[in-house]
Design a protein around this ligand. Structure first.
Ligand code: 8DG
Ligand code: MN
Ligand code: MN
Length: 343
C-alpha cells in the first residue's frame, strides 16, 4: 500500500479536537515516557507540567509518522523544552534517564500500585504511603484502615478489573444491558460511549449512556436497570449517584470535570468470557466468568447530545474541545449544554 502523505508539522493544531488522530500510535516510545512524567507530577499535585506532558503526548499521538529526529518536531505545537529534552534523550540513548528515575522511585511505584485499585485515588494513596504502607498486604493487614465499599470491591476483584476489557466483551455487556432496559421500557435509548465509541480494541471499563425518549422518565430507568441486573445475579458492585442536574442553574461558569446527571459505577459479572491466566494472579482461571467495570450515565433526552459528546472522550479531546469553544468561539461547553457567551 501507498505510504500516507506526511502531515507537515506546521499544520498540526494545538487543539486535540482540531486534529485527525488514528487509533494507531507511531510515537509510543515518547508518549509512554510523557505519561510516566505526567503521572509523577499528578502524584505530587503539580498541575502545570502534568497537563503540559499530557498535551505533548496527545500531539505526538496524532502524527501519522514516527519522530526520528528532534528537528522534525520544530513546528509542532505544545512541545516545550522539557518535552523536547526527554525526546532527545530517547532518540540518543533509546531511553530517558529522568523517566527511569521516576520508575525506580519508591513513592511513585507505591502510589501507582495503590491508585490501580478501584476506589483509591491519589489522596488516599498518598495517605497510605505517608503511613509507611507499601504493599497490598500492608494495607489489608493494617487494622486501623477502614476500606470503603468501593475499595473492598476493588481489592476483591482486583485481578479481573485490572485486565483489559475486549471489544467483544463490551458488545456482550451491551447486549445484556440492552435487553434489560428494553424489558423496562420500549422507548429506551442505549449508546456505547467512552473508548469503545472511539474505536479502541480494549478498555479499562465499558461506558454506556441509558435514557428514554420520554423526558423525565430517565431517573427511574437507571434505578430499575440496577434492580434488573441485581435480579439477574450479575451485579457485583454498584455506586449509584442520583441526579443533581438543574436546568435553571445553567450555565455553570466554572470548569466542571464531573456532570450532574444520574450515574452509576458498577462491577458486573460477565458469563462465558474467555478467561485465561492474567497478569495479576489466577482469579479467573477455569471459572467461566469475569468481573468487568461498567459506567452508566443517564441524562434527560434533551441533554443527550452533550452527554454523548462529553462521555466519548478522550479526556484530552474533551479538555481541548472546551478550551476551543471558550477561546476560539467565545462559547461555554460542558456535558450539559453549549452556550454562546455573547447572547
Ligand atoms: P478506557 O476506559 O478505555 O480506559 O478509556 P475511556 O473510556 O476514554 O476513559 P473513561 O475513564 O471510561 O472515561 C470516558 C469519558 O467519560 C472521559 O472522556 C471522561 C468522561 N467522564 C465524564 N464524567 C465522568 C465521571 O464522572 N467519571 C468518569 N470516570 N468519566 C467521566 O464526562
Ligand atoms: Mn471507558
Ligand atoms: Mn468510565
Amino acid at each position: 500500500p501507498e505510504a500516507p502523505a506526511p502531515t507537515p508539522a506546521s499544520t498540526v493544531s494545538q487543539y486535540a479536537c482540531q486534529r485527525r488522530t488514528t487509533t494507531e500510535n507511531y510515537n509510543k516510545i515518547f508518549t509512554d515516557a510523557f505519561e510516566v512524567l505526567a503521572e509523577s507530577y499528578e502524584f505530587n499535585e503539580i498541575e502545570g507540567p502534568c497537563l503540559a506532558f499530557r498535551r505533548a503526548a496527545s500531539v505526538l499521538k496524532s502524527l501519522p509518522w514516527a519522530v526520528q529526529r528532534l528537528g522534525a518536531t520544530e513546528d509542532l505545537p505544545c512541545l516545550g523544552d522539557h518535552s523536547k529534552a526527554v525526546m532527545e534523550e530517547i532518540l540518543q540513548y533509546g531511553r530517558s534517564f529522568e523517566v527511569e528515575k521516576v520508575l525506580s522511585d519508591e513513592r511513585y511505584q507505591t502510589l501507582k500500585l495503590f491508585t490501580s485499585v478501584f476506589g483509591v485515588g491519589p489522596k488516599t494513596g498518598e495517605k497510605w504511603y505517608r503511613r509507611g504502607l507499601r504493599s497490598f498486604s500492608d494495607i489489608l493487614a493494617e487494622p486501623s484502615i477502614q476500606l470503603n465499599r468501593m475499595q473492598q470491591s476493588g481489592f476483591l476483584h482486583y485481578g479481573d478489573i485490572s485486565r483489559a476489557v475486549s471489544k467483544a466483551e463490551a458488545q456482550a455487556l451491551g447486549n445484556i444491558i440492552d435487553e434489560a432496559v428494553r424489558a423496562i421500557t420500549p422507548d429506551a435509548v442505549l449508546a456505547l460511549t467512552g473508548g469503545f465509541r472511539r474505536g479502541k480494541e480494549f478498555g479499562h471499563d465499558v461506558d454506556f449512556i441509558v435514557t428514554t425518549t420520554e423526558q423525565g422518565k430517565e431517573k427511574r430507568l437507571l434505578t430499575s436497570l440496577i434492580d434488573q441486573l441485581k435480579e439477574q445475579g450479575i451485579l457485583l458492585f454498584c455506586d449509584h449517584q442520583a441526579s443533581t442536574f438543574d436546568m435553571s442553574k445553567l450555565p455553570s461558569h466554572r470548569f466542571e470535570a464531573m456532570d450532574h446527571f444520574a450515574k452509576c459505577f458498577l462491577i458486573l459479572r460477565l458469563e462465558g468470557s474467555q478467561v485465561v491466566g492474567g497478569l495479576h494472579g489466577a482469579e479467573g482461571d477455569g471459572r467461566g466468568w469475569r468481573a468487568v467495570r461498567v459506567d452508566l450515565v443517564s441524562p434527560p433526552i434533551d441533554r443527550y447530545a452533550f452527554a454523548l459528546l462529553g462521555w466519548t472522550g478522550s479526556r484530552q479531546f474533551e479538555r481541548d474541545l472546551r478550551r476551543f469553544a471558550r477561546t476560539e468561539r467565545r462559547m461555554l461547553l460542558d456535558n450539559h449544554a453549549l452556550f454562546d457567551k455573547t447572547k
